[in-house]
Design a protein. Sequence first.
Length: 271
Amino acid sequence: MPGVAAHYGRVRGVLDQITAALESMGLDPATGVDPAVLAPADEFHLGGHEATMALTASLGIDIDSAVLDVGCGLGGPAREMARTYRCHVTGIDLSPEFVYAAEGLSLMTGMERSTSFEVGDVTVLDRTDRAFDAATMIHVGMNVPDKPGLFGAIAAALRPGGRFGIYDIMRTAGTDTDLAFPLPFASDENDSHLATSDEYVAALEGAGISIVHVIERSDLVGRVIRRAADGPRTALNLGLVMGPEFPAMFSNLRAAVEGGFVQPIEIVAEK
């Protein structure tokens, strides 16, 4: 997926930029940083930390769990899962830049032992040993055209009874409006592979994974956006990750959500 890799690899030195932003806030990364401080930059999805916690609450994760985070980005959700549930999380992402930053941020927050990260293509995931008790995929499916193949690979990585939590932007059923680009997940329509929640459900069931629930999360996202708009600004923001086009990307996505063309949807399924 070269176009996807280029889209997410537009900014170089992400870890250095986050480090500089932290220092400008009076923090010393060398002496350790609270993982919660990083949320404006490393919880790279609609609803941020609150959406991560809502998704993972239904996955049955505990201290003995081994969790796979597919498309882990900078590792924010992985660190939050590891911190909240005291489990170990393995993150995989297509972007070497993101994986390098994820490793550095885990070291900075003292979470290098409870998280690990690797570069890999989620569509050819090699986890046939079914080593994981749970898996997550947050704002990733929009870039993957072959969802049945992807879900089959993730199913193969799960132990029997393992749960798979998805939180993606999905096309609203019955709409076919052309979206404005760029978007946070795609520079143009060639790398956008939106699907409806019904199509996700069919692909999951085809991979032998049973649906536990499907929840539309626009209320949660709206609440978080309003709270962020009213709150203080910090030097940490997604512009450090996605570059100067991010305001336009977010504006286009917000218009698509508010117009009812796409929805933030949570799906939890079980193998």
